[in-house]
Design a protein around this ligand. Structure first.
Ligand code: UD1
Length: 350
């Protein structure tokens, strides 16, 4: 029988791409989402891409412990991928209580049910934000984490630690009273961008986008007047920040590799961490001009003051993920930016 993966936040941007790749790899998927930050567009897209109209969808708020536990009662779950979280850095600074409550309580509920239903494999979606302004680049998984500069970033660090501690504490569980061991992987994403090649799923930011690529595509389509490039006086070649932009489909495939590693019993430790990026730094300016070139569009942009909280440069050493997960980013930044533009045009046609 196919192994089943619960994807919390599975109707969102990353969750929908991961659901597609899990199904392509032969897994059964249960999507749970409270739809607080998305509509059904991506879930409908997932059904079209996979040709599967029968993917179970559960309208669940993971902050509701009883509701989460019901999922584990109703389905035999072999692994959980936990995406259900708030993710806007600026909003988290303004609303720390909301961020801590939502992001921590939902994850605790998942872990508690995972433990109490015989144990489970848990994949946590972490972020390169945990490295802060790292001194040595690229960063490896051993690069020390720095104090978070936002409540959002702090929830990523705290959830990593919670997962590590739960794995350690539950390692001795032998199934007595249903309690089993929890195994965990944290994937630290760099900057996920782009959309599925079908243009049926992609990023759907609510309101004014915070992230660069949705702002670029919305400017190109005329929804926004002008892109602000935050800072051109950084100590980099062209003065703009450097990031490691990882294609969303490549990122989704890393999840399949990590889930298989857990389910197939290939983990070397009960808790493991992997950087998920390309290993290649790209400047904001380079990304903007590449977008223009690849898509044949002229983008209105101007140089603006630095955005508070931004790090100058961050990119990944991906050798651990390459070796241990047998995974590597393959899609070019050109193809990824073409897919982001195709998705924006698809939305405009709807
Ligand atoms: C942020 C979060 C990260 C999160 C990621 C994906 C921090 C510090 N960063 O990364 O944790 O995982 O989003 O949601 O917590 N830029 C512009 N103009 C814009 C928007 C962005 O110039 O309108 C620049 C930024 O200054 C930055 C780069 O583009 O240099 C990327 O920004 P963004 O897409 O927001 O991602 P990060 O801040 O790197």
């Amino acid at each position: 029988m196919a192994k089943r993966v619960l994807v919390s936040g599975g109707a969102g941007y990353i969750g929908s791409h991961v659901t597609v790749e899990l199904i392509a790899a032969g897994y059964d998927v249960v999507v749970a989402d409270n739809m607080s930050n998305c509509d059904m567009t991506c879930f409908e897209g997932v059904k079209k891409i996979t040709g599967r109209d029968d993917i179970p969808f559960e309208l669940t708020d993971c902050c509701d412990a009883a509701a989460v536990d019901r999922l584990f009662t109703d389905y035999q779950i072999d692994a959980v991928i936990h995406f259900a979280a708030y993710k806007a850095v600026g909003e988290s600074v303004a609303e720390p209580i909301m961020y801590y409550r939502n992001n921590l309580v939902s994850f605790l509920n998942i872990l508690e049910s995972a433990k109490n239903h015989g144990g489970c494999n848990v994949l946590f979606s972490s972020s390169a934000t945990v490295y802060g302004e790292a001194e040595d680049l690229p960063v490896t998984e051993q690069t020390p984490r720095l104090p978070a500069t936002s409540p959002y970033g702090n929830t990523k660090q705290i959830c990593e630690d919670i997962l590590r501690d739960v794995v350690k504490a539950t390692a001795i569980n032998d199934g007595t009273d249903g309690r089993g061991p929890v195994k965990g992987i944290a994937l630290r994403y760099f900057n996920p961008i782009g959309a599925h090649p079908s243009a049926l799923i992609g990023e759907l930011p609510r309101g004014v986008p915070n992230n660069l690529v949705p702002f670029i595509t919305q400017t190109a389509i005329g929804k926004r007047e002008c892109l602000n490039i935050f800072g051109n006086d950084y100590p980099t070649e062209d003065g703009t920040c450097l990031r490691d932009y990882i294609d969303i489909v490549d990122l989704a495939k890393a999840h399949v590799a990590a889930v298989s590693r857990m389910i197939d019993g290939k983990m070397k430790e009960g808790y493991e961490i992997f950087n998920i990026g390309t290993g290649r730094p790209v400047s904001v300016y380079e990304l903007v001009t590449t977008f223009e070139k690849v898509n044949g569009v002229k983008l209105a942009y101007r140089f603006a003051p630095r955005r508070p909280g931004d790090v100058v440069a961050i990119w990944a050493d991906t050798s651990l993920a390459n070796e241990e997960l047998g995974w590597k980013a393959t899609r070019s930044v050109e193809d990824t930016l073409a897919s982001a533009w195709a998705w924006e045009k698809h939305l405009a046609e709807k």
